[in-house]
Design a protein around this ligand. Structure first.
Ligand code: ADP
Length: 454
């Protein structure tokens, strides 16, 4: 498979003129790539060692506002620098941009030279290390759902986000006909990602007008999150290159289903899939039972990391394939957690709670923290739930608002122990800020409802 480059290979490509630009990127709290575009000569001679960014990048909201209330970053502390340390294992070509390569950077404290604990890559690395100390490795896959729109981002923005016509006029779930019409975007997306070392499995039409899904082969947790982040970025850029827009909002319209990020998870010891035990029910090992019990028990506490925006909570509605309950089921798409690959070596759990707007590093680290706690405490797995789980009154609900998810996050001893107090407090502040901004907004819905009639 083509893809990742060593620093020497990058040097050769710069030497023969095929690469002239290197993107050095960190991942922000929202899971976006932020960084600088280097002249490739500067990068290979100097900046491959380190570069710098303002430390507000790990404290902004989607609009780049810099809220108060963060211990790590503030006016009082002068908004200093972080070190962006290129992870040289992640150098790759960016085939959809001419002459360009990319590297992901870890975020390092300027003074202590330690990883910044609330940086998304460091948060995931921490949980991966905790697993490694138990002799385990997580393999994950995220499914990316998104909508494609007829118009491009700039036209849509200039029109006040009113003209949101999806690229197709009918539900295109598994449709080979409609998805052919979207190949101008989807074919380069698959091929360019593949060329960037991201093992694309397939794309498919999803169950709405203009909705697509991109699947990438499972891999180590950090690779999975890196792949997801680059793939999401590429989807937006390639859609833009073709005069269209792609949106990963969890729910862009009250009358259309939302977009999810389902996360498949399994644990391995070396080459052995330790979730599999042929002698037990469904081929699930006892360890898998404890891991899933952790996910289920702590689902309310980790929901913020699966649904980080006000809008994320609009997705959780009955009868839409988005779950509302923290139960597990066997191959049943109405549950928060679904057992997949029953009775095979690929037996795994799929978390269906997360929206397309989640940050995969945060989501995966929170799920691993919950699963690790389940294994440490040998939590018993409740019985699977059958039938239409939307109608199951007894089952525990997923927090239905950001306000509720913020409070369960704030009060989570499990996450504070696993991630560190400061990290949980940092993200609790991010959640509060999102709520505060929403609380002072007057929406189109309120105007239309009350302007004349109230
Ligand atoms: P479907 O047939 O529903 O598309 P797949 O079998 O293709 O389901 O799997 C969905 C996702 O699960 C894929 O991205 C795949 O890479 C991933 N996957 C497969 N096996 C495992 C595993 N053992 N651990 C984690 N993810 C896995």
């Amino acid at each position: 498979m083509p893809g990742l480059m060593t620093l020497d290979e990058l040097r050769n490509a710069v030497g023969d003129g095929s690469i002239d630009t290197v993107l050095a990127c960190i991942v922000d709290m929202q899971g976006r790539l932020m960084g600088k575009r280097f002249h490739a000569v500067n990068f290979i001679e100097h900046s491959f060692e380190e570069t710098h960014c303002c430390n507000y990048l790990l404290a902004t909201d989607l609009e780049m506002a810099n809220p108060d209330g963060y211990k790590a970053t503030s006016w009082a502390a002068g908004y200093g620098d972080y070190i962006m340390k290129p992870d040289l294992e992640t150098i790759r070509p960016v085939p959809w941009l001419e002459g360009t390569a990319m590297v992901l950077c870890d975020v390092i404290d300027h003074h202590t030279h330690a990883p910044v604990p609330h940086s998304p890559r460091a948060m995931l690395q921490k949980q991966v290390t905790r697993l490694a100390e138990m002799g385990l490795e997580a393999k994950m896959a995220t499914e990316l759902e998104f909508f494609l729109f007829e118009k491009g981002y700039d036209d849509i923005r200039r029109g006040g986000y009113q003209d949101l016509a999806p690229i197709s006029g009918y539900n295109e779930d598994y449709s080979m006909l409609q998805t052919t019409k979207e190949e101008a975007i989807m074919r380069p997306l698959r091929n360019h990602l593949f060329g960037a070392g991201i093992p694309v499995e397939n794309t498919k039409g999803e169950a709405e007008c203009g909705q697509e899904e991109l699947n990438i082969r499972y891999g180590a947790a950090l690779d999975c999150a890196d792949h997801h982040t680059i793939a999401k970025h590429a989807t937006k850029e390639i859609a833009w290159q073709h005069g269209h827009a792609a949106s990963f909002m969890a729910k862009w319209s009250g009358s259309h289903v939302g977009s999810a990020t389902h996360v498949h998870q399994s644990l391995w010891r070396g080459d052995a899939p330790v979730f599999h035990d042929a002698s037990r029910d469904h081929g699930m090992s006892e360890l898998m039972g404890h891991y899933m019990a952790g996910l289920i028990k702590y689902a309310p506490e980790i929901t913020y990391f699966l649904a980080p925006n006000i809008n994320s909570y609009k997705r959780f509605s009955k009868g839409t394939f988005a779950p509302t309950k923290t139960v597990w089921s066997i191959d049943n798409r109405t549950a928060g957690f679904r057992l997949v690959g029953e009775d095979t070596k690929a037996v795994r759990v799929e978390c269906r709670i997360g929206g397309a707007d989640l940050n995969p590093y945060l989501a995966q680290s929170a799920m691993l923290a919950a699963g690790i706690k389940g294994m440490q405490d040998k939590l018993p797995l409740p019985k699977p739930t059958m039938g239409d789980i939307y109608q199951n009154e007894g089952a525990q609900d997923i927090p239905t608002t950001l306000r509720e998810a913020t409070e369960t996050l704030r009060g989570s001893d499990m996450l504070r122990e696993a991630m560190g107090d400061d990290v949980v407090t940092h993200y609790t502040r991010a959640a509060e800020w999102e709520q505060e901004q929403y609380d002072i907004a007057v929406t189109d819905w309120e105007i239309a409802r009350g302007f004349e009639k109230s």
